[in-house]
Write a protein that binds this ligand. Structure first.
Ligand SMILES: Cc1cc2nc3c(=O)[nH]c(=O)nc-3n(C[C@H](O)[C@H](O)[C@H](O)COP(=O)(O)OP(=O)(O)OC[C@H]3O[C@@H](n4cnc5c(N)ncnc54)[C@H](O)[C@@H]3O)c2cc1C
Length: 373
């Protein structure tokens, strides 16, 4: 039986580990955090329609129960003008599925537990050794050898650093507050307040909670933004009158990381370990699922053929690098529309049905990722 070590028990690592177990690998998952710390990370929520197809094909669709759909997105200018893109209507779908990352991650972990996959929490990988087979070195000095190692260990993981892979990092001169509060009444969509360094966003999560983003000056700190000030500013920028009760608030700096490589010999990267996008347009977790889908195709080929594990990386890079660039460029297009005053692109969404339809398909993720690989 071929052995695979998956580093990281986030969405990428747990999706991969589930599939690898079902495909017949001997799987070990190593996770630095305690299990409860994983469930406390409230990050993604917007899935793409294509990601649901991927999960379906990987046999994991029930891990992401979508209780809400994003059927439209709206852009509000500082002067109160609004442009609405009817996503569901333009794509002839139900829109974009919403499921909190925490619920998805917990369901994936529960599924791994039912399958009796070895999962070691509070276990930090410190280094990777590349000898005949790859191995990982843990904080306690223990070494675990495998046929394949996949680093799904996020932005601050050990794998990318150990492999010294090339990537391009682009830091943005924007600071956000990321908040949780009650949802806007009667809104089944993402609302962006745009322009004039006054970005704001409402993104649905559950029946009782939504995610909110608020751009603040680079020199501002969270202490200068009490809940009342945040709530007033959100309402102004989003053009709503709801009374907002904040339940969580933190600062966030934004950056992109575009990979030029995705692995070395029998060690590969997937998810945030490989690439980072600012959370504009909900791309990051969806890109992670696309990586895992590509790996599932490659590993199926590996199990059925005579190829060596260290031949997989060039194939993986061929399948994924250009697609990753496309997802990052979509997020950057949204950044230009919402932060950098790209009024032409915004106005085109209002005036040109073809432009709006193209945008809606990219936003909802109707492109056939499964056929594209
Ligand atoms: C505010 C916010 C909102 C977002 N909204 C969306 C959205 O709506 N849609 C979307 O698609 N994406 C969204 N994203 C992005 C999404 O959350 C990430 O892309 C996603 O978490 C990536 O999953 P991952 O498994 O690759 O990485 P992670 O979730 O970061 O998991 C990596 C895991 O590796 C572990 N680890 C790290 N180092 C080590 C080590 N040395 N040894 C062992 N384990 C290690 C970590 O503890 C962690 O559990 C959002 C992100 C943020 C911050």
């Amino acid at each position: 039986m071929k052995k695979i070590v998956v580093i990281g028990a986030g969405p990428a690592g747990c999706t991969l580990a589930n599939w690898c177990h079902d495909a017949g690998f001997d799987v070990t998952v190593l996770e630095r955090a305690d299990e409860n710390q994983i469930y406390a990370r409230d990050k993604a929520g917007l899935f793409k329609a294509s990601s649901f197809r991927i999960l379906d094909e990987l046999g994991l669709a029930s891990c992401a129960p979508a209780k809400k759909m994003v059927t439209m997105t709206r852009f509000i200018s500082p002067a109160g003008e609004s442009i609405t893109v009817p996503l569901a209507e333009l794509t002839e779908t139900q829109g974009r599925p919403v499921c909190p990352q925490t619920i998805f991650n917990q369901n994936l972990i529960n599924r791994l537990r039912q399958k009796k996959v070895v999962m070691r929490f509070a276990t930090e990988v410190m280094a990777i050794k590349q000898e005949k087979n790859p191995s990982v070195v843990l904080a306690n000095g223990e070494t675990i050898e495998a046929d394949i190692v996949v680093g799904c260990d996020g932005n601050r993981g050990a794998t990318r650093a150990a492999l010294r892979l090339e990537s391009e990092r682009h830091d943005l001169a924007y600071k956000w507050l990321v908040m949780t509060a009650n949802p806007l009444a009667g809104v089944d969509g993402v609302i962006y307040g745009v322009g004039g360094n006054k970005f704001a966003c409402h993104s649905p999560r559950t029946a009782t909670e939504s995610r909110y983003y608020l751009q603040i000056d680079q020199d501002d700190t969270i202490d200068e933004w009490d809940d009342k000030k945040c709530s007033i500013e959100l309402k102004n920028r989003l053009g709503v009158n709801d009374s907002l009760r904040l339940t969580a608030k933190r600062e966030m700096l934004l950056h992109y990381r575009t990979p030029l490589q995705l692995g070395d010999r029998s060690v590969m990267l997937a998810g945030d370990a490989a690439h980072i996008v600012a959370p504009l347009g909900g791309q990051g977790m969806n890109m992670a699922l696309e990586d895992i889908y590509a790996l599932s195709k490659l590993f199926t080929f590996y199990l059925a053929s005579d190829i060596e594990a260290d031949e997989l990386v060039p194939m993986y890079e061929k399948m994924r690098l250009s697609k990753i660039r496309l997802s990052i460029s979509f997020s950057r297009k949204l950044l230009a529309m919402t932060h950098e005053g790209d009024g032409y692109a915004l106005q085109a969404l209002a005036d040109d049905r073809t432009a709006a339809t193209q945008f809606a398909h990219s936003y909802v993720g109707t492109e056939d990722v499964i056929e594209a690989l």
